[in-house]
Design a binder for this molecule. Structure first.
Ligand code: AKG
Length: 326
């Protein structure tokens, strides 16, 4: 990880992240260094890049090929996998409350039974599709859980699985989203940069994003200041979600992000694994991070309650505020 020296002349986060880039975590480094670096990145940015992650190129390219095949289908075929309310194929409409983006997407629950049911309307070879997606899900789930265990170690929490067990649970509500930003969706406009996916934080625990080599992803490290994150198909980008912000009593921040598309450029495609607790799981700040100096910032809530709040609000709304005790 690139760490600025304490005497670095750059004072604010925006200038720091612009000059040194987003934190890079090399998973082949010594475990204690990795866990400290991840905790620092989650505290400062709620965001980092992971290299030497150990997920095979085949698992990633098989998944990417299935996604390409799906998005290359004629519209009427793709629409058979929709509408994405809440799961399936969606186009332009994001969520239930009037948010739009220059994007088409597939949203899948990670439960193998659900994948197998959905695959029939997505692929001409549903068994192959299910196998490829399940292999990808298993790999990204393991990587996400590994990082959550490193986080617990870096926070000196005795139960190393305190966060990861929520995602490993058989009833986990985790999802996979595949976003495709084709230039055909973009209208002619004087301003070439258009919103592909509007500004938002993710509601879940920890999320893993992998994209092709087309840029467009940005994070906001200060209100209203957007920092472009260069794409890197060999790496994963990881972001803290609202639920992990609550579990860490606000020590980690759920980073705001968005995607801009540019009609002059090639098509961006991204795949995001959203590590999510079961519906019945109770989210509340873990006792190790609640002190007299820093009392609980959030009231306990179930994932089902939080999901309901998410569905009821716009993409850019700060839903976690509803559960704040301040
Ligand atoms: C999301 O799907 O929540 C995103 O933020 C989109 C990121 C991307 O497509 O690169």
């Amino acid at each position: 990880m690139v760490v600025p020296s304490p005497n670095h002349p750059i004072h604010n986060q925006k200038e720091r992240i612009k000059s040194i880039g987003v934190p890079v975590i090399d998973l082949s480094n010594k475990r204690s260094i990795v866990s400290d670096s991840i905790v620092k990145a989650c505290e400062e940015y709620g965001f980092f890049k992971v290299i030497n992650h150990g997920i095979s190129k085949d698992i990633i390219s098989n998944m990417e090929n299935e996604a390409h095949d799906f998005f290359a289908k004629p519209s009427r075929e793709k629409l058979k996998a929709g509408p994405a309310t809440p799961l399936g194929y969606g186009i332009k409409n994001i969520g239930f409350n009037g948010d739009f983006g220059e994007v088409e997407y597939l949203l899948l629950h990670t439960n193998p039974h659900s994948i197998s049911q959905r695959s029939k309307s997505i692929s001409n070879d549903p068994i192959k599709f299910s196998n490829v997606v399940n292999d990808y899900i298993e790999a990204v789930r393991d990587l996400t859980c590994e990082m959550l265990e490193l986080i617990a170690e870096g926070l000196w929490v005795p139960d190393k699985s305190i966060f990861s067990k929520l995602i490993r649970d058989v009833d986990s509500d985790s999802i996979i989203r595949i976003n495709h930003y084709p230039s055909s969706l973009q209208h002619m406009s004087n301003n070439n940069n258009r919103i592909g996916f509007g500004a938002h934080t993710d509601p879940q625990i920890l999320n893993l994003l992998r994209s092709n080599d087309v840029d467009g992803f940005q994070i906001s490290v200060e209100d209203g200041v957007w920092v472009p994150v260069p794409s890197d198909p060999a790496a994963f980008y990881v972001n803290v979600g609202d639920a992990l912000q609550a579990l860490t009593n606000g020590r980690f921040s759920s980073v705001k992000h968005r995607v801009l598309t540019n009609s002059n450029k090639s098509t961006r495609m991204s795949m995001i694994y959203f590590g999510t607790p079961p519906l019945h799981a109770c989210i509340s700040p873990i006792p190790e991070l609640v002190t007299p100096q820093k009392p609980s910032q959030y009231r306990p809530f179930t994932w089902a309650e939080y999901k309901k709040a998410t569905y009821a609000l716009r993409l850019s709304d700060q839903r976690l505020n509803l559960f704040s005790v301040q």
